[in-house]
Design a protein around this ligand. Structure first.
Ligand code: BG6
Length: 523
């Protein structure tokens, strides 16, 4: 978003259902405040929190203001350093309705609020527990609050998780689409708000360099990793019912997959892009339950050390069953049966309490033919890797072979890199700024369509079925990069994981090389 050229979103009333929750406090309101400071919210925008927790406009403003003040000077905060000068002006946009989501009186108050506003535009953001999503939408529908016309829009934003399996995602889509149209529905995945995720499409489609190589003739395999050092924080009761696969794979990791693997869309518009994504996810080979078991590994962290600090095991976290078999780590392999990707395995892994924070896509190219090096010191050629790093250090890194100086022909893997921060100023962002702006302006490009969501769940359903029958989970110590069985999963195909945390900016090249050496990738 280039702020200088971006117009402010039109005035509207933004209702935040679940206003006393963490998401509103930690991410949504700070992001709205950032948009406000950037001049991207129209003066008439009103933000109305709704929740059962007793409160009024004043206490709501105070609660959010106190939180931001606590973050303001903390460079490590999700929101980055925040200048609070404009907070008093912004706080005037904040209002609160104390109400139960299941009571008609709450919706009467919503109606009165819209009637009293200068605009009929209304955006209903469901930042609630998922069991309320369909109920709230139906009640809004019953109250006539979802009827829009050319003068005024009515939209619903649905947070994740969108369903907990294929059947529940379908059922949720059905109930929502019975009361509003797809064009009014914004299913959010905050990974799509990350600049580097969006940059994947620009790198692929705005340069001639990559796309000719971007297929099964040149690419050996792709690895998509989201390694986290954090544990489950205060979310034991949610996490223990869901686990790593549901929490991360059909949503966040599949967004990365889609960006890296879709066909070029006919235009950079919501319909064209979302159709390509749906097509791609629809082409994932449906494993049988047996194949899914064979192609996946579940892990759970036990007590361990991270940077010398003792970390408790998952089963000792609060709100987690003492004999829990929930996975905090998953690794899996998928195949995409289309012309571009047939025969190219896609490996995924994500986990909590791993050794380093690292979200990346590693594209491993096929090695060049060796023949001409037969009579040299070089005994084999390494594969070139292209690493698209999403976080923490955003950039793109390319490994290739270079001649080591000296009289004989010998070579070494070196790295060419583009670090975002070397070229652009990256304002601290939660990822929600772009997405909130887009729902206020009506751009659905970065939101999930019903068919994409269902195709995603369809691809992971065999794993859920397999684990229902056999919920074995292998352990790994907190601070390690997953269980040993995850290495076996990829090594039995003659490949190896790209080391977690190996690419973290040019000054880390040495660490990375030593990692690769350890893994036998560098001679
Ligand atoms: C959330 C998951 O959707 O994404 C969390 O529920 C996870 O478990 C988080 O930690 C990761 O997002 P990010 O932006 O911190 O990488």
């Amino acid at each position: 978003m280039t702020h200088s050229q971006t117009p402010a979103a039109p005035p509207a009333t933004l209702f935040l259902f679940g206003a006393s929750g963490d998401l509103v406090k930690r991410l949504l309101v700070p992001s709205l405040y950032t948009l406000f400071r950037a001049g991207l919210l129209a003066p008439g925008l009103q933000i109305v929190g709704i929740d059962r927790v007793p409160g009024d406009d004043e206490s709501f403003r105070q609660h959010l203001g106190d939180f931001l003040a606590g973050q303001a000077n903390d460079p490590a905060a999700e929101t980055g350093e925040i200048d609070l000068e404009q907070w008093p002006a912004f706080a005037q946009c904040l209002h609160y309705i104390e109400g139960d989501f299941t009571q008609a009186s709450t919706y009467r108050q919503v109606t009165r609020t819209i009637q009293a506003s200068a605009t009929g535009n209304a955006l209903f953001y469901l930042a609630t527990a998922p069991r309320f999503f369909a109920d709230i939408a139906e009640r809004l529908g019953d109250a006539g609050l979802l009827q829009q016309d050319a003068e005024q829009y009515r939209r619903i934003v649905v947070e994740k998780p969108f369903g907990h399996d294929l059947a529940s995602a379908r059922a949720l889509n059905e109930r929502l689409l019975a009361v509003l149209s797809e064009s009014q529905l914004y299913r959010i995945d905050h990974f799509l708000g990350k600049e580097t995720v969006q940059n994947i499409l620009v790198a692929r489609f705005a340069n001639v360099l990559f796309e000719p190589l971007w297929n099964n003739h040149y690419i050996d395999h792709v690895q998509i990793t989201a390694a986290e050092t954090v544990g489950i924080e205060q979310r034991g009761s949610f996490y223990d019912k869901n686990g790593a696969l549901r929490d991360m794979v059909p949503n966040h990791l599949f967004q990365l997959l889609a960006m890296v693997a879709i066909e070029p869309p006919a235009a950079f518009g919501a319909d064209a892009l979302r159709s390509e994504k749906s097509k791609l996810l629809g082409a994932i080979r449906p494993w049988t339950t047996e194949e899914a078991r064979h192609n996946s590994v579940r892990g759970q962290y036990r007590a361990g050390l991270w940077k010398g600090e003792p970390i408790p095991g998952y089963r000792d976290e609060s709100d987690v069953a003492a004999d829990s078999h929930t996975e905090t780590y998953v690794a899996m392999k998928l195949m995409i049966d289309n012309w571009r990707w047939a025969g190219v395995p896609f490996y995924f892994r994500t986990g909590k309490r791993m050794g380093a924070r690292d979200t990346e896509i590693a594209i491993c190219f096929k090695p060049a033919p060796y023949a001409q090096f037969r009579d040299t010191q070089v005994d084999r050629l390494e594969s070139n890797y292209l690493i698209i790093q999403i976080q923490p250090d955003e950039g793109i890194w390319l490994d290739f072979e270079a001649k080591r100086p000296g009289p004989t022909l010998d070579m070494e893997t070196i790295q060419m890199g583009f670090a975002y921060e070397d070229f652009f100023e990256l304002p601290a962002s939660t990822g929600y700024e772009t997405l909130l702006y887009d729902c206020l302006t009506g751009d659905q490009m970065l939101f999930q369509r019903a068919d994409t969501i269902e195709n995603g769940w369809r691809a992971v359903q065999p794993f859920l079925d397999a684990w229902q029958e056999d919920d074995r989970v292998d352990d790994y110590a907190a601070g390690e990069d997953g269980p040993a069985s995850a290495n076996e999963l990829i090594e039995r195909d003659g490949r190896m994981w790209h080391p977690v945390g190996a690419v973290t900016g040019p000054d880390q090249t040495a660490r990375r090389k030593s990692n690769l050496r350890r893994h036998g990738n560098v001679s």
